[in-house]
Design a protein around this ligand. Structure first.
Ligand code: HEC
Ligand code: HEC
Length: 216
């Protein structure tokens, strides 16, 4: 496997490859006849059977996600633009899943996920949504007044996503665990925006406001 050659050089990648193999093994061991038509459709193991997200493994909702954003994130995880920072534990869990996808595999997965019914994510965090609304006015420029997303600007919908996941991502952007990679054009636009949120309370407040905006 070419993966091994690369991984001699880079410890991060080695962990990635080990995770890949560990996660991949059960699927390899499955009988041919029991397999889904596409081997790449293992996403629900972590993201939940209906794609509504899984707090236990910190994997977010995929059902209802914009196809362009889903595609970009899979490509970013695959190249290591996302999920390669050693402190980004959740991103590092996702990365090996994308590493094994071909372009065709990504196209297929995006189409497949596009067929899933949207299921609203539950509210799990507490914050002052009125204060958060003020903060959100600075986010709306890119993510839209209703957090519906803006494809032209590459900013995804935020409403309807698991609130705990939005909190994690804002912390990750703030710490530069996401968005500091030089090839991450979109993440680099988002990273300075997360600095607007001074502390954990501000993060919870803005996400509480997003929770009031309904579903994607
Ligand atoms: C081993 C568990 C696991 C599997 C299997 C898995 N993922 Fe993930 N995925 C995660 C975790 C954990 C995260 C959160 C990463 C983070 O916090 O940055 C994630 C994040 C994502 C994101 C980023 C979402 C966003 O809003 O930015 C996308 C897209 C994604 N996964 C798609 C997929 C697809 C498609 C598959 C199947 C091909 C898949 N995942 C398989 C664990 C998994
Ligand atoms: C200059 C435009 C811009 C502004 C302003 C902005 N964002 Fe973003 N945001 C983006 C882009 C672009 C991405 C996608 C990054 C990527 O592709 O990895 C993003 C991604 C995110 C994500 C990750 C979503 C996911 O599914 O992983 C969150 C959460 C987020 N933004 C919240 C906010 C909040 C809260 C604010 C206001 C404090 C804000 N953004 C302001 C452009 C912006």
């Amino acid at each position: 496997m070419t993966l091994y050659g690369e991984n001699k050089v880079n410890g991060k990648k080695l962990i990635g490859a080990m995770l890949t193999i560990l996660c991949w093994l059960p699927f390899q061991l499955q009988g041919e006849e029991e397999r889904e038509p596409y081997d790449d459709r293992y996403c629900t193991t972590c993201h939940g059977a209906d794609g509504r997200g899984n707090f236990g493994v910190q994997a977010p909702r995929l059902a209802g996600m914009e196809p362009w954003y889903l595609k970009r994130q899979l490509e970013n995880f695959r190249t290591g633009i996302r999920g390669a920072h050693l402190k980004d534990i959740e991103g590092m869990a996702m990365r090996p899943m994308a590493v094994q996808l071909t372009d065709e595999g990504i196209a297929d997965v995006v189409e497949w996920v596009g067929d899933w019914n949207y299921i609203p994510a539950q509210v799990t965090i507490e914050g002052d949504s009125a204060v958060g609304k003020q903060l959100y006015s600075q986010c709306a420029t890119c993510h839209g007044d209703e957090a519906q997303g803006n494809e032209m600007l590459g900013a995804p919908a935020l409403r309807g996503q698991n609130d705990w996941y939005l909190v994690t991502q804002l912390k990750n952007f703030k710490k530069g665990w996401r968005g500091s990679e030089s090839l991450d054009n979109y993440g680099q636009q988002m990273m300075p925006m997360a600095q607007i949120l001074a502390d954990e309370d501000s993060i919870n407040n803005v996400v509480s406001h997003i929770n009031t905006l309904g579903k994607n």
